[in-house]
Design a protein around this ligand. Structure first.
Ligand SMILES: [Zn+2]
Length: 91
């Protein structure tokens, strides 16, 4: 008997489900339709984080969970406690 494609899932599922994209994902694996938004706890400013900027600092294999520690607020230049949110663009 030959098994058809059926409901086999492509690729490997993330071991730990997290909100949105998995925290262990790397930037190069994040689909284009996800945008990164940084939030500063000091002045409550938030704004998009350019992938290009992350790649320049951390490289393409940047682990998403490691990005927040590299963020610097454009408003008050605060570098600690910044949060990174991964948002899915409506398609
Ligand atoms: Zn700030």
């Amino acid at each position: 008997m030959r098994a058809s494609a059926g409901s086999a899932r492509p690729g490997v599922q993330a071991a730990k489900p997290t909100e949105g994209a998995a925290a262990e994902e790397t930037l190069d694996k994040l689909p284009e339709w996800y945008v990164l938004v940084g939030t500063c706890p000091a002045c409550r400013r938030s704004g998009p984080v350019e992938r290009r900027d992350i790649i320049r600092v951390m490289g393409r294999r940047a682990v998403l969970s490691a990005i927040p520690s590299k963020l610097r607020c454009k408003g008050c230049t605060n570098k600690s406690g910044n949060k990174l949110t991964i948002k899915k663009l409506p398609r």
